[in-house]
Design a protein around this ligand. Structure first.
Ligand SMILES: Nc1ncnc2c1ncn2[C@@H]1O[C@H](COP(=O)(O)OP(=O)(O)O)[C@@H](O)[C@H]1O
Ligand SMILES: [Mg+2]
Length: 209
């Protein structure tokens, strides 16, 4: 994402993966220190999300005229600040974008138009993020989605590998950390307790330090 950020021109980034995998945290860190607008979409109504976004945009860009102004939809709102987005790189995050699609199923079409007519001609760095893998794959990335072919980058965020533990624990840790595995979901007695080091070696992830 940092690499795309340094490139010229508008970017449309899609980030998805199951809940609690670290998407929001990643986006917050990416946005920190940059001019950015972060909207956590809610299943309230399209109107409510638009109004919250308008006020966040007013804060981020320092344009008071937006606040309180009434916009019938996303495109007129973005058009009102297009001149700013043409000059400045601004990160615009729609987190849990599928919630917005839930309350307005025509949203992918609207965002396609918004991208083609307005944002693609600016320096906007638009991020569409979601935990619903099916909505993100079908309605945003998929061939039948209006947004198909627009993205300039996309990531499906997965779990960290076991070997990433070396970044979190002092070494040597393999002997001190034990992995408890059980074949039954609710087993009271674990079926297997092994040092992490042995498990990693078996998986070919090797010695970590
Ligand atoms: N790199 C990380 N290191 C440590 N904790 C993290 C990291 N990324 C996320 N977390 C924590 O994991 C939890 C889930 O992360 P979150 O970003 O909310 O996931 P998602 O947005 O994919 O549902 C949060 O409590 C968050 O603070
Ligand atoms: Mg999240």
């Amino acid at each position: 994402m940092e690499e795309l950020y340094r490139r010229d021109g508008a970017q449309l980034v899609v980030l998805y993966g199951r809940r609690r995998i670290g998407k929001t945290e990643l986006l917050r860190r990416f946005a920190s220190g940059k001019k950015a607008v972060y909207l956590y979409c809610e299943r309230t109504s399209a109107r409510d999300n638009l109004a919250r976004f308008r006020d966040l945009l007013a804060d981020a860009l320092g344009v008071e005229f937006l606040r309180g102004a009434s916009f019938p939809d996303w495109e007129p709102l973005f058009k009102a600040v297009q001149h700013i987005l043409e000059r400045e790189r601004v990160v615009i995050v729609f987190d849990e974008f599928p919630y917005l699609v839930d309350v307005d199923p025509s949203l992918p079409s609207k965002f396609q138009r918004l991208w083609d007519e307005v944002l693609s001609r600016t320096k906007a760095f638009l991020v569409l993020c979601g935990s619903s893998v099916s909505v993100m794959e079908n309605e945003v990335l998929g061939y039948r989605s209006p947004l198909y072919g627009r993205r300039t980058g996309s990531w499906k965020l997965g779990e960290l590998p076991l070997s990433a533990l070396k970044f979190f624990y002092p070494r040597p840790f393999e002997e001190r950390l034990y992995v408890v595995r059980s074949r039954r979901r609710r087993a009271d007695v674990p079926q297997e307790v092994r040092p992490l080091g042995a498990l990693l070696e078996q998986r070919g992830e090797g010695v970590l330090h």
